[in-house]
Design a binder for this molecule. Sequence first.
Ligand SMILES: [Cu+2]
Length: 162
Amino acid sequence: MKTHGQSKAISIIAFCAMACGASEGSPTDAGTATDAKSGVDCTKETRKDTFAPGMSKIGAAGFAVELVSAEPSPPARFSNAWKVHVRDPQGAPRNATLQVTPWMPDHNHGAPTKPIVSTTNVTGEYQIDQISLWMPGLWQVKLHLEDGSASDDLTFAFCIEE
Ligand SMILES: [Cu+2]
């Protein structure tokens, strides 16, 4: 019995080394949505944003990003797709290059896939697909914006419960 317990403990340690200490699956097996409850309690999370369509953030350099819509809404585990509007400090639509990086600050890891940013036919409007919030917990979705004259950073943060 003792050796059995030890080998189980070792395999848990090995698993944690791969999956950042949480009791959830790795990106490769995250496709199954039938996992047991995660134990994450988002009501206790003070760093999260409260999602609402049309919410916005302003970076230090004055770029504003409105989260026009999200699918699913509110953001949930696994793949998310967002539509955003970028505006300049005066509130005018502004074309920019966007880099989108999902990040779990408590686990120091990102997502297995890179979000895909595409333009639409509306000035300053971008579609962001494949935002993979694959693990329960607090996610930061970091946006880096650049145009010819300035660059800026801002972050949306959402808690994924299960
Ligand atoms: Cu994590």
